[in-house]
Design a protein around this ligand. Structure first.
Ligand code: Z5A
Length: 212
């Protein structure tokens, strides 16, 4: 199958500012003439959103780590088949709030599940599909937690201790070191206009690289 659209994902730890920047990223892509489908994980489809409720709600607080991982990938399988792949095949650009890097960072580095196990699921569910570009919004855990603390009721993940989020951050940075071409690290600690300057430069650089 020929994939024609591009697949862009946005990642980051707690309170990194994904929600604050996703519409901005979409507007940059649309200004460059791309048709963009915005979606998110876990979720993105009716079944995926139902799985999201199970994962983030407080009804199943003692969920086994393997169950959590499998639910993430079950939602992802549905998302890919029903939404992401059909869009890419039609030449639509897909902008996704989190994807499999989050499974490596949260379930792998955060929960301590084996990266080999996650890699096998990635292969099973995605085949060769990987994001074309990933923006990793990075900031110190303490700053992210302070920012997130100003918001609503914490979900099941947001109740984790600070060292969990340190492991998640390190997991993400490790992926960025291993795949510097795909994963661009954005310093999310300054004020929003400065964060968006970096995002804008990264997106424009990526778009230019496609024209070369
Ligand atoms: N998860 C997983 O474990 N495994 C997986 O495979 C996947 C996901 C796919 C749901 O994700 C959870 O699922 C997530 C990982 C797990 N758990 N956690 N934690 P989510 O993306 O829906 O939830 P989230 O990570 O908590 O994202 P969020 O709540 O949307 O936060 P955010 O988008 O990064 O931050 P924000 O809402 O844009 O900003 C937070 C606050 O900071 C807000 O008040 C802003 O106004 C403020 N802000 C933002 N930027 C700035 C700057 N630059 N300066 C000052 N203040 C700022």
């Amino acid at each position: 199958m020929t994939v024609r659209g591009r697949f862009i994902t946005v990642e980051g730890g707690e309170g990194a500012g994904k929600s604050s920047n996703l519409a901005f990223i979409q507007s940059l892509l649309e200004a460059a003439g791309k048709q963009v489908l915005f979606t998110r994980e876990p979720g993105g489809t009716p079944l995926g959103e139902a799985i999201r409720e199970l994962l983030l709600g407080h009804k199943h607080t003692g969920m086994a780590d393997d169950t959590e991982l499998l639910l993430m990938f079950a939602a992802r399988a549905e998302h890919l088949q029903q939404k992401i792949l059909p869009a890419l095949e039609q030449g639509v650009w897909v902008l996704c709030d989190r994807f499999t890097d989050a499974s490596f960072a949260y379930q792998g580095s955060g929960r301590g599940l084996s990266l080999e196990k996650i890699t096998k699921l990635q292969q099973f569910v995605q085949g060769s599909l990987r994001p074309d570009l990933t923006l990793l919004l990075d900031l110190p855990v303490e700053t992210g937690l302070q920012r997130a603390g100003n918001r609503s009721e914490p979900d099941r993940f947001e109740r984790e201790a600070e060292d969990f989020f340190e492991r998640v951050r390190n997991g993400y940075l490790q992926i960025a070191r291993e795949e510097p071409e795909r994963v661009r690290v954005i310093d999310a600690s300054p004020a929003l206009p400065q964060v968006q300057e970096q995002i804008s430069a990264t997106i424009h650089h990526y778009l230019e690289s496609l024209d070369e």
